[in-house]
Write a protein that binds this ligand. Sequence first.
Ligand code: N01
Length: 560
Amino acid sequence: MTASDGSDTAGQAAPAQRQVEALVIGLGFAGLSAVHQLRERGVDVHALDAAGGPGGIWYWNRYPGARCDVQSLWYSYGFSDELQQEWEWSEKYARQPEILRYAEHVTDRFDLRRDCTFSTRVTAAEFDAGADRWEVVTDTGTRIRARFLVTATGCLSSSRIPELTNADAFRGRTFHTGQWPHQPVDFTGRRVGVIGTGSSGIQIIPMLAAVADRLTVFQRTANFSIPARNRPYTPEEQRSVKADYPGIRVAQRRSHAGALHSGTGRSVLDVTQEQLAIELESRWEAGGTAFMGSFTDILSDDRANHLVAEFARDKIRRIVTDPETAEKLVPRGHPIGAKRICVDDHYFETFNRDNVDLVDVNAEALSGFTENGLCAGSREIALDDVVFATGYDAMTGALTRMGIRGRDGLSLEQAWRAGPRSYLGIAVHGFPNLFIAAGPGSPSVMVNGVMAGEQHAEWIADAIAFLGANGISRIEARRADQDAWVQHVNDVAAKTLFPKANSWYMGANVPGKPRVFMPYTGGFNNYVDTCARVAADGYAGFDLSAQSTGAAAARLRGSR
Ligand code: N01
């Protein structure tokens, strides 16, 4: 079988007409885990992915410099001790090819391919209320009826290219970091433009600068970034983690974000300026996102945040030799960390190179393409290649574009017109038998993504197994419980500085998208406890019903 992007695929062809108990959409880390967990519980499951193979975000993001900024030994599954003992991570922050190899290894090791169909995109999914089943249609003409629909389509999978006029006229090549070609792309000696300075831009820019003749970076918002200081793992580090993996996995679930950085446990405001500088300096030198976990109130107190932001701004001014360029690169107008903190490998140093230019598009607006390049302000910048590192319609884009229709024909797009509403980030009132892995309203993008996906996969698989064992054909989140959860998500976000930035967390990067803070910031540990409590209480907050009792459906839980 050949994928639309030219890659070889191996998986099952989905029969033209099929009925399964659970259909999983998306085979990134959450989806792979869901297939495995459902199968382990004896549920008849099939899975689809638009990609030519497993890996989700790591399948698509093949751009030079793509790597994870969560430590590899943590950014991996905990469901199988054999797996975590046998897999060897080479580096602290693994590169995309290594993470993709891991996803492929898991797929093969657990023989998941026999229940997976790749290169197949869902175009519509409608709930048949008479039968308590989803009717799913794909772009290959397959129709699948499934009792339960599990979407694992990823929070950062719906890539966005901003509308620039005259795009068809451009004679050069264009790329988006999230849809990178499978074949290596040679930028040697070329004039390359990169639009966007988020995590992807910050990773690809130093790589392109090293080979391009000229690199022009188009920046709309300067970003905070911490040096990664990546390095190979030592055998001793691997051994010590593996010796205590079960304990580490428990500790991850008991942590705020699934990473085991230890902080000082103190407020920025309770230490002297000298103590603050020493602590931040040592974390800057150690590298990575542990910098943000140094003090308890960086993301909740304006004054604390300001002091830490000033430290990071000062670093940029010291690294970048041209003061005018440095000032353009100094982030202003948003708290440090309120836009996703970036982690880099010599990003700011790149602007000391003779072949790199920085264009502030606030001063010189990007008006569109010409045959030869891009127009910024009153000038035309000649380019051979344009790389869009312009991000995603995050968290909701993949879900609202899939043609999901719940009870009474209500589309998810309509239901979420004023912003996503969900119960636990897993279920949506009006959409029975739909489970969302890492949906808006869950910790998802605020935590280690493999772990978040795995926890959701387990919870959803348990729920589906419970429903099957109890003859329950329909589960639906109650509106009141959904409203209470949305309120809670908003309340905890309001105690942080996150809503103060125009970030993709807020939907602010997509014109017209409602400004709602989408992920849950109350801590992974608290979230795990809440999910466990809901399940232990017989799926509190959900209406459960059995079709066998007729259209009026006995409310098994309704009267509790
Ligand atoms: O996307 P982004 P990303 N004109 O949305 C700019 C994860 N990730 O792909 O900030 C000019 O963050 C936009 O400007 P502004 C991580 O969670 C992780 O980089 O909206 N510029 C911004 O600079 C991350 O947060 C890793 O003003 C335009 C950039 O494009 C998430 O994925 C690596 C524009 C988009 O940044 C998304 O990151 C990579 C326009 N019209 C990604 N439109 C690691 O683990 C947008 N921009 C390390």
